[in-house]
Design a protein around this ligand. Structure first.
Ligand SMILES: Nc1ncnc2c1ncn2[C@@H]1O[C@H](COP(=O)(O)OP(=O)(O)OP(=O)(O)O)[C@@H](O)[C@H]1O
Ligand SMILES: O=P(O)(O)O[C@H]1[C@H](O)[C@@H](O)[C@H](OP(=O)(O)O)[C@@H](OP(=O)(O)O)[C@H]1O
Ligand SMILES: [Mg+2]
Ligand SMILES: [Mg+2]
Length: 317
């Protein structure tokens, strides 16, 4: 966007609509200052005023729950096709349901990429299903215990991140549909978080749930409820870890995975939770994909975002 005045300096105006939690974790003062030095200005979108009366914006960055906001941003997008919307609501929508979230991964063919990427076997238990039918459905699908039970819809609420592990058949009766049941994959207690910002990929390691062995399966029964792991889990990047578990997934594999998912999902901003099947070198599973995740925890996110925002505007000219 050209500024009025004698010197025509390139200025990028980014309108944002974020929760206060996201604003705090992402729009940190040093990021805002660094961006300003590069001509990038963040402007809060006023939710109490019509969006069409605001701006002009070069880019709109948003993550707010609810249908109402989705309609506002969709309407704005159609009336202002020249503005880059990060990201289009219909594309985000795909990630808000744990069934559709992983469909694209299941359809990928990453042969010749130094490894395999799949999704754990999973089963959807719909809202109207009675919990009493779950053991039968699980057996029919040929799924093995333990299973991770995840709320079907991811709506930004704490509840949608309340997961549990079901160790035995009886515990399945206590589950509350709608949910997705996923086979638990042993992965040595370590998870790779693959952050994507446009074409940039950054991988960090986090501690995750420990392996479940035959002993646990015999000794532990019931449901193990666990709170939001990604917020609680410490970074494992500095830890002294078994290299068979902690070695990063091969770069060509990550690059293909990120590129293909970016295209298929139509998103610029997301992260992928990936685990390596314990005892293998190159068998990976994607267990979760998040839209506009906690970039504040990604090393060098400030510079990566500045470069990304500038590239968006440059490529438009
Ligand atoms: N199929 C699985 N096998 C083994 N562990 C799993 C599996 N699915 C989930 N986990 C563990 O549970 C954690 C939470 O699961 P998941 O990432 O799906 O939940 P989430 O609430 O969407 O997380 P986020 O906060 O990243 O959005 C994972 O980080 C991992 O430690
Ligand atoms: O970066 P990872 O570890 O994946 O975790 C993120 C979640 O995946 C995001 O969904 C969180 O964002 P929201 O709270 O806006 O949904 C996000 O919240 P944050 O941006 O406030 O940190 C994180 O909890
Ligand atoms: Mg996750
Ligand atoms: Mg998630």
């Amino acid at each position: 966007m050209k500024l009025n005045g004698e010197e025509e300096e390139e200025k990028v105006v980014v309108g944002y609509a974020l929760t206060s939690k996201k604003k705090k974790s992402f729009l940190k003062p040093n990021f805002i200052a660094l961006a300003r030095n590069k001509g990038i200005f963040f402007v809060a979108i006023d939710l109490n005023k019509p969006m069409l009366e605001q701006g002009p914006f070069d880019v709109v960055l948003h993550k707010l729950p609810g249908k109402e906001w989705r309609e506002i941003i969709e309407d704005y997008r159609h009336k202002h096709p020249e503005v880059t919307i990060l990201d289009p609501p219909d594309a985000i929508q795909h990630l808000l349901n744990r069934q559709s979230m992983l469909q694209n991964v299941a359809e990928l063919n990453l042969s010749d990429c130094h490894g395999k990427v799949g999704v754990p076997q999973q089963l959807v238990i719909t809202k109207n299903a009675s919990a009493s039918t779950i053991p039968y459905e699980v057996t029919k699908a040929g799924m093995k215990l333990p299973l991770v039970a995840k709320p079907l819809v991811v709506d930004g609420s704490a509840k949608s991140h309340e997961l549990c592990i079901a160790y035995d058949e009886l515990s399945l009766l206590k589950l509350e549909p709608p949910l997705v049941l996923q086979e638990f994959v042993n992965h040595g207690g370590l998870l790779f978080k693959i952050y994507i910002v446009g074409e940039t990929i950054k991988v960090v390691r986090r501690f995750s749930l420990p392996n479940v062995g035959k002993h646990e399966l015999l000794d532990v029964d019931g449901l193990f409820r666990f709170p939001r792991v990604s917020c609680a889990a410490a970074s494992a990047d500095e830890a002294d870890l078994d290299p068979n578990i902690a070695e990063h997934p091969p770069k060509p594999l990550l690059e293909r995975l990120a590129r293909d998912l970016r295209r298929r999902l139509g998103l610029h901003l997301f992260n992928i939770d990936m685990i390596r099947e314990h005892g293998t070198k190159d068998v990976f599973y994607v267990i979760d994909i998040n839209y506009f995740p906690g970039y504040g925890k990604m090393p060098e996110y400030e510079q990566i975002f500045i470069d990304f925002l500038l590239s968006l505007v440059k490529n438009k000219v």
